[in-house]
Design a protein around this ligand. Structure first.
Ligand SMILES: CCCCC/C=C\C/C=C\C/C=C\C/C=C\CCCC(=O)SCCNC(=O)CCNC(=O)[C@H](O)C(C)(C)COP(=O)(O)OP(=O)(O)OC[C@H]1O[C@@H](n2cnc3c(N)ncnc32)[C@H](O)[C@@H]1OP(=O)(O)O
Length: 216
C-alpha cells in the first residue's frame, strides 16, 4: 500500500494505483514543461520542425489509448483528487499546478505561473486569474464540507498578476445559506500577501438531488 496526502487527509490507496497516478502526474508535468518551453522558444526553423515531428509522434502514440468521453479514468479514487480537471488536474498539462492547503480562516494556494499563462506581455491572462480563483474558492467550499457548482464568479482586476513570480491565493467562506455558499478570495504576491491583485466573490450552489446533471 502507498500513501498519498490530500490536504490534511493521508490515505492508503492501492500501490498499483498510486504508482499509476505518479506516472500520470509526471507525464502531465513533462508536457506542461513542453507547453511552457513552446511559448518561450525563439528556436531556429530546424529545431521547430524537429519539435513538431517529435510531438506529433508522441501524441499519436497516446491517442491509441484514449478512454471514451464521459467515462472515468482508471486513476480515479473517491478519496483522491481527480488528475484531469482543467482547473487543477496534476495530469492535465493545460491545468495550472494548483495545490491547496487548509489555513485557520479557509484555504491557501501558492503557485508560480509559467509562460503559457501570459496574456498581455509579462502579465497573467485575466481568464487564468479567474480560473485560479474559481478553483481555490471552490476548494474553500469543498473543504468546509459544502462544495457545489459555481453559479457566479465576480472578479475585480486591481493590478497586474505577474508571470514567473511566486503568488499566493487565499479564500474563505463568507456566508452559508441552505444549498448556497458564498466564498471570497484574492490573488496576491507571495512577497506582499495582504495586497489583492485580483479579488473575487463566488456563489457555489449544491444541486438538488433530482438535478439532471446528477443522472450521468
Ligand atoms: C478535506 C479533504 C477533501 C478531499 C477532497 C478531494 C479532492 C478535492 C476535489 C476537488 C476540489 C474542489 C474544487 C475544485 C473543483 C472545481 C472547481 C470549479 C467549479 C466549476 O467550475 S463548476 C462548473 C461551472 N458551473 C456550472 O456548470 C454550473 C451551471 N449551473 C447549474 O448547474 C445550476 O444553475 C446550479 C446547480 C448552479 C443551480 O441550479 P439549481 O437548479 O439548484 O438552481 P435553483 O434555481 O434551485 O437555485 C438555488 C439557489 O441558488 C440561487 N442561484 C442560482 N444561480 C444563481 C446565480 N447565478 N446567481 C445568484 N443566485 C443564484 C437561486 O436564486 C436559489 O436561491 P434561493 O434558494 O435563495 O432562492
Amino acid at each position: 500500500m502507498g500513501t498519498e496526502a490530500v490536504g490534511t487527509l493521508a490515505y492508503d490507496a492501492p500501490a498499483a494505483k498510486v504508482d499509476r497516478r505518479r506516472l500520470i502526474e509526471q507525464l502531465g508535468d513533462a508536457v506542461r514543461g513542453l507547453v511552457a518551453a513552446t511559448c518561450a522558444a525563439e528556436a531556429p526553423p530546424e529545431e521547430l520542425e524537429r519539435a513538431i515531428a517529435g510531438t506529433r509522434q508522441l501524441a499519436e502514440g497516446l491517442r491509441g489509448f484514449a478512454r471514451p468521453l464521459g467515462t472515468a479514468s482508471s486513476s480515479e479514487d473517491p478519496l483522491l483528487p481527480h488528475l484531469y480537471p482543467a482547473g487543477h488536474g496534476a495530469g492535465n498539462p493545460v491545468a495550472p499546478p494548483v495545490h491547496v492547503e487548509a489555513t485557520e480562516e479557509g484555504v491557501r494556494s501558492r503557485i508560480t505561473l509559467g509562460r503559457q499563462y501570459e496574456g498581455p506581455r509579462g502579465r497573467t491572462h485575466g481568464g487564468i486569474s479567474a480560473l485560479l480563483l474559481d478553483e481555490v474558492l471552490a476548494y474553500a467550499s469543498t473543504s468546509a464540507g459544502r462544495g457545489g457548482f459555481t453559479a457566479y464568479l465576480n472578479t475585480s482586476y486591481h493590478q497586474a498578476v505577474p508571470i514567473q513570480v511566486p503568488l499566493e491565493i487565499r479564500a474563505r467562506i463568507d456566508a452559508e445559506d441552505g444549498r448556497k455558499t458564498t466564498v471570497k478570495g484574492f490573488i496576491a504576491l507571495e512577497s506582499d500577501p495582504e495586497v489583492p491583485l485580483v479579488s473575487a466573490t463566488a456563489l457555489f450552489v449544491i444541486p438538488r438531488a433530482d438535478y439532471e446533471g446528477n443522472q450521468k
